[in-house]
Design a protein around this ligand. Sequence first.
Ligand code: ZN
Length: 293
Amino acid sequence: MHLRIALALLAALLAGAAMAAQPTLEITVHARELVPGEPVRVVLRSGEPLRSVSGRFLERDVAMAPIAGQDQPLVWSGWGMIGLDQKPGEASLELQAVASNGEHRAATRAVTVAPKEFPVENLTVSSKYVEPPQEVQDRLARERARLKKIYARRAPHPLTGPFVRPVPGEPTSIFGTRRLFNDQPRSPHPGLDLRAATGTTVEASGDGLVVLAEDLYYSGNLVILDHGGGLFTLYAHLSRIDVAEGDQVRAGEQLGLSGSTGRVTGPHLHWGAKIGNDPFDPTALLDPGLYGE
Ligand SMILES: [Zn+2]
């Protein structure tokens, strides 16, 4: 055999071996539907232990953490989000990792976002909730700043799912409904309203930390749970709050009683869910398909 050909063959073999030795990064996307207003659980599986992983999807950071119970941090997960105002089309999920040997790795995955239509509803409430009087403007500004700080938290997330319904009642207004209050357009419904007579027990839909438990102008008596990784659930318009900020609660634990405090047309539970500051349909959390590896 000519030496040149032998060398070329050897080079090709070495290149092939180097490619084969390159550790693999495999991205899996778990979602109920790839449409606006849905959470996307991102799982990264690595052929080598990783020191850190960061993610980016639809102009939002995806906080990635190793899935609990591994000897080596090989499988990581995080929450991505398709915003309610997202236009349909192609999107790219990008993950950057640092391997335990300090080398940088990257992986991307294409995601196709399909369109979704939401219903419209017109609600009649006290005019103070449509045109808040001047004297509550300071309060509203303080509450907005407080909530912004809460939703910026990215606690480590030992995921326990699927979640549970906080009350047994049926939905009366679905997530994403385009809303008019007293004929004036306002933000789309950022949660799900569930039928609940005043005094109905409201349960935590998942394990989490109570990060807010007090009366806010629009939400009335509100409890917010931090489930880690930027995932939060909210329970609004309560007649009574039975937990305090800093409490660690388990799924199914009583948070308080439902009611009609804040901007409401009658008693119900408003159940909200967010990834960072972006609301999504909380019923997605009930889908066991979201929690796979
Ligand atoms: Zn609501």
